[in-house]
Design a protein around this ligand. Structure first.
Ligand code: NAP
Length: 329
């Protein structure tokens, strides 16, 4: 099969298109003829070696396509059936990644799709949708009176979080973007879009000085510090990522005296710890998408060969909210 492989972690150019042996599913797994593979910022961290993986490896943690082969003990899937899957088991080397014509998934991380499903859309929503669902539904327990501040609202996760928060629904969904130029990349479902430099004053104005009930933070850095200061009593700060590369210290006293909560969520971790909960979230996201409740715009689709350019765009903050690779033979 053809795949994009990282032999030595490094810059975007370390992604090489190569031919490699077709993987086969082990017990409890299924292999997938990949049609589309989602690309997210986290893939750049794997590629660069920030999160160390055994090399060589195939990046990519979300795909859609058709079942190619079903491993022993797997029920509920048939060869040729459309599926979406999370591929979160990088520990096994180059077999599991999504930037490849054939990927291998644990059956517990895959969902059957109806014929005619929008496969590009499914590949583009899995990681961000499941993360958003678990963050807002399972952890933040978002309520109808809550005001939500979404950092990194121009990015893939920030877009999906904003849309799902609006569906839940929250009272206000305030998207934070890095610059005026990025305003148009925030989700239409945001009730307000503000620029990061104006965060404190804008939140005070929008909430009459009360602050927000939930901050969703895939960015980190000084933006996290400033957002935390605008968290109302009983407010929840959800730490979902660190796109800025900076991990500021937060004051325990400020959590204590302010009666606030700090909550973390890593999809890669919970996929191992609570696969049933993750599977429920996958089904919920796919179902909401099919029913048109969660309306993700069509992702940008580029050929597998152009993957390095997609990584560069994510790193220089010029990427569209979501890109998927067209992989199918
Ligand atoms: N918890 C989980 O399980 C989970 C799941 C998915 C993703 N994530 C994490 O969430 C973060 C965002 O992922 P994503 O796929 O949404 O990425 P993305 O599409 O590239 O979005 C990241 C956003 O962060 C903002 N940003 C601020 N400072 C940045 C910097 N120095 N470099 C790059 N972006 C910066 C950018 O917005 P502006 O340019 O407008 O400032 C950008 O739109 C990543 O850290 C990823 O690892 C975590």
């Amino acid at each position: 099969m053809r795949a994009a492989v990282v032999k030595t972690p490094g810059p975007a150019e370390s992604l090489e298109i190569v031919d490699m042996p077709d993987p086969v599913p082990a017990q409890g797994e299924l292999s997938i003829d990949v049609e589309f593979a989602g690309v997210g910022f986290v893939d750049t961290l794997f590629r660069a070696g920030v999160f160390a993986l055994p090399t060589p490896f195939v990046p990519g943690i979300e795909v859609s396509g058709r079942v190619r082969e079903v491993g022993a003990g797997v029920t509920g899937f048939a060869v040729g059936q459309p599926v979406g899957a999370l591929l979160n088991d990088f520990g096994r080397g180059p077999r599991a990644g999504g930037y490849a014509e054939i990927a291998v998934a644990h059956a517990s991380m895959a969902v059957p799709l109806p014929e005619g499903a929008d496969l590009a859309g499914v590949a583009g929503v899995l990681v961000n949708g499941v993360t958003a669902w678990m963050a807002l539904h399972d952890l933040a327990r978002l309520g109808v009176d809550d005001d939500v501040l979404v950092l990194g609202a121009s990015g893939g996760l920030g877009n999906t979080i904003s849309r799902l928060a609006a569906v839940r629904p929250a009272r206000r969904v305030i998207g934070v973007v890095g610059s005026e130029a990025r305003r148009a990349s925030a989700a239409e479902e945001c009730t307000d879009v503000i620029v990061a430099a104006d965060l404190a004053a804008a939140v005070d104005e929008l909430t009459d000085g009360r602050g927000v009930d939930v901050v969703v933070d895939p960015v980190g850095g000084e933006l996290r510090t400033r957002a935390f200061e605008r968290l109302a009593p009983f407010g929840r700060l959800l730490v979902l990522g660190n796109a800025s590369g900076q991990d500021p210290a937060l004051s325990g006293d400020a959590v204590w005296h302010g009666t606030r909560q700090l909550i973390g969520l890593s999809l890669g971790t919970v996929a191992h710890l609570v696969p049933d909960q993750v599977q429920t979230a996958i089904s919920a996201v796919v179902d909401l998408t099919h029913r048109g409740v969660l309306r993700e715009p069509a992702p940008s689709v580029v050929p597998l060969e152009d993957v390095a350019g997609v990584h560069r765009a994510l790193e220089n903050r010029s990427a569209p909210p979501k890109t998927v690779l067209a992989v199918g033979r």
